[in-house]
Design a protein around this ligand. Structure first.
Ligand SMILES: NC(=O)C1=CN([C@@H]2O[C@H](COP(=O)(O)OP(=O)(O)OC[C@H]3O[C@@H](n4cnc5c(N)ncnc54)[C@H](O)[C@@H]3O)[C@@H](O)[C@H]2O)C=CC1
Ligand SMILES: O=C([O-])CC(=O)C(=O)O
Length: 269
């Protein structure tokens, strides 16, 4: 399976490294779409030889990837999604982009018409297998509480509202439906979108977001109730050194999905 990556930041670099070290099953790395490009990173050699680094989307797609992994943010999903799905499967890490109903609808139609798939990995959250199965029946509630340390909010609008360095207590910076949280925190609460897509949708999934000076990991608590029974879980993701908003687990989850999609055995669906 030939893979293309859009975005060579924190997640994209990790994903490329895992693939080149042979850790992504049968997947090989065909090309990386960067914003300004070809860079010195074109020296990234490994299992797939040297993948093409390019800033040209056409050149990128000419490498004929079977699957494109988006690791570049909401705008990239909107800019490239339909064009990717005409010729390849599309794995969307920036799942919050799909809170735009119109975009989500167009991506699904394009995928269906062209025989490709839109794939959302679990990424920073857990339990989507159970939530998705549970949503086959009636569900009463799916809720999420996301908490991240102050440094994870640097560079977001939260920085303008709070003195991040001076916080001594957790502060709730959002409470409402997932459709709003996914749009309001494009780099930080994509988990609310993945949870919504797995379960009862963006409007019924409820979300609270906290800046919490008392923690060192990025924490996501999920509660769900319905005909299936109930689920309560909490994950604590180690923040990446390169970007404290993002947990290392995100790239690992992408790699696990590449293993599933390219190989003979699937688990954790
Ligand atoms: N689903 C989930 O659980 C999570 C999703 N995310 C999403 O993943 C995105 C990426 O996260 P990081 O790698 O930590 O961010 P990052 O800021 O370290 O890297 C993003 C990279 O994408 C590049 N880029 C942006 N637009 C591009 C374009 N049009 N073409 C090519 N490259 C482009 C940037 O130059 C940058 O190098 C976040 O913005 C967020 O939306 C992040 C963490 C968890
Ligand atoms: O990595 C995390 O813990 C979650 C994250 O940034 C997101 O959902 O966008």
């Amino acid at each position: 399976m030939r893979v293309g990556i859009i975005g060579y930041g924190t997640i994209g670099t990790d994903v490329a490294g895992f693939i080149q070290r042979g850790e992504a099953g049968e997947a090989s790395l065909a090309a990386v779409l960067v914003r300004k490009g070809p860079t010195c990173e074109s020296s990234l050699a490994g299992r797939s030889g040297k993948p093409l680094f390019t800033a040209s989307f056409n050149e990128f797609m000419e490498q004929v990837p079977d699957l494109v992994v988006e690791c570049a943010g909401h705008a990239a999903v909107a800019a490239y999604g339909e064009r990717v799905l005409r010729t390849a499967d599309f794995m969307v890490v920036s799942a919050g982009a799909l809170a735009d109903e119109d975009l989500y609808g167009r991506l699904l139609i394009t995928a269906r018409e062209n025989g490709h798939r839109l794939v959302v990995p679990s990424a920073a959250i857990a339990g989507l297998d159970r939530i998705a199965a549970a949503s086959v029946g009636h569900m009463d509630e799916v809720s999420l509480i996301t908490r991240k340390p102050p440094k994870a909010w640097i560079g977001t609008f939260v920085e303008d509202k709070l003195n991040l360095e001076g916080l001594t207590e957790p502060v709730c910076v959002f409470e409402g439906p997932a459709r709003e949280s996914a749009k309001l925190f494009p780099e930080s609460v994509n988990v609310s979108a993945a949870l919504s897509l797995a379960g009862i949708g963006f409007d019924r999934t409820t979300v609270k977001v906290f800046v919490d000076p008392g923690i060192t990991s990025n924490r996501h608590q999920v509660v769900a109730r319905g005909k299936f029974g109930e689920l309560q879980l909490e994950v604590g993701n180690t923040p990446s050194a390169a970007n404290p908003k993002t947990g290392y687990i995100v790239a690992m989850s992408v790699i696990h999905n590449l293993q599933k999609l390219s190989g003979p055995f699937m688990i954790g669906l």
